[in-house]
Design a protein around this ligand. Structure first.
Ligand code: SIN
Length: 307
């Protein structure tokens, strides 16, 4: 076991996804052989957890840049001095309120090139609760029937930021919250992505729908799309497809948004939780063997036919 790794130790969290990594000091520039093994472990396990990393923001930014360009962070204020970094923060005083990321989703899936990876570094963690759950979209795809796979491979899904970030939908923004969220008209735009995508490094297919940003299938109304989307959301987040990360200050977790959904637990009322988040820019989702799909244009007639 672990024979392909010579510089790091890779300890799977479950049989389906996630691994804890030992032997990498992320406070220092990583030697190439160590970084190459981390990349391999990321391809193999989709979620990597590094413990006891006493990192500065600059360290986190350097580690993020090893994987590619920074992603673009919309709708949420970033740190003043660090426009690439979001403070994921819920204050002790925000009891009974929604948390950021507290539903199954893939980060910013409504973007044309959604982030490949998200990197989250824990600063302050409640004494209990606040775990993050992850679900494998490789397994979600693999465990569908051949008929369902074939049908989905011909479909595009329209993604939009409008549920959390649209106007008139200020579930998060109407209170004075520690995190500043902006609800805008622009969040109502829709963009098509294939329902199944290929992840280039692994060559595997992953289901690419999520309950926060996937609005409907392309060329179908929301009402028509709902039964199948609801089936897929329930199927994709079954407990046997998941792992769960318990945080401690200094824990850094990174995940691959192309093949993982995540959900931040909101069970720590009365305690502060603070993490620093960066993203790595991804590619436009594509499915091997199929021409790039989706006009990327909004279809007003269908967009209004929500049922
Ligand atoms: C997120 O969705 O990026 C936040 C995850 C978390 O706070 O655990």
């Amino acid at each position: 076991m672990n024979s392909i790794y010579h510089h790091i130790r890779v300890m799977p969290l479950t049989g389906v996804l996630g691994a804890e990594i030992e032997g990498a000091d992320l406070t220092m520039p990583l030697p190439d052989p160590v970084f190459e093994e981390i990349e391999q472990a990321f391809t193999d396990h989709s979620v990597l957890v590094f413990r006891d990393q006493d990192m500065s923001i600059e360290d986190q930014k350097r580690f993020t840049r090893r994987f590619g360009e920074f992603g673009f962070e919309p709708y949420v204020d970033t740190m003043k001095e660090h426009p690439e970094v979001i403070e994921v923060l819920k204050e002790a005083s925000e009891s009974g309120m929604l948390n950021f990321g507290g539903n199954w989703h893939s980060d910013w899936s409504f973007q044309e090139a959604p982030p490949r990876a998200t990197i989250l570094h824990a600063k302050e963690i409640p004494p209990f609760g606040g775990d993050t759950c992850f679900a494998s979209m490789y397994l979600a795809y693999d465990t569908l029937s051949d008929g369902m796979k074939a049908m989905l491979e011909g479909l595009n899904v329209m993604h939009s930021a409008r549920r959390p970030y649209g106007v008139g939908n200020k579930l998060f923004g109407k209170f004075n919250r520690a995190m500043k969220i902006h609800n805008t008209e622009e969040a109502h735009a829709e963009l098509a992505h294939p329902a199944v995508r290929t992840v280039p490094e692994s060559g595997r297919k992953a289901l690419f729908v999520n309950p926060v940003y996937s609005i409907r299938f392309e060329n179908m109304s929301e009402r028509e799309s709902r039964p199948l989307l609801e089936f897929l959301h329930a199927h994709a987040t079954r407990i046997e497809l998941t792992c769960r990360v318990r945080w401690a200050p200094g824990t850094l977790t990174m995940w691959d948004n192309r093949c993982v959904q995540h959900n931040a637990m909101n069970d720590y009322d009365g305690y502060r939780r603070l993490l620093h988040r960066t993203t790595v820019r991804g590619e436009r989702p594509w499915l091997e063997g199929r021409a790039p799909g989706g006009s990327g244009e909004r279809e007003p007639a269908l967009a209004q036919s929500a049922g």
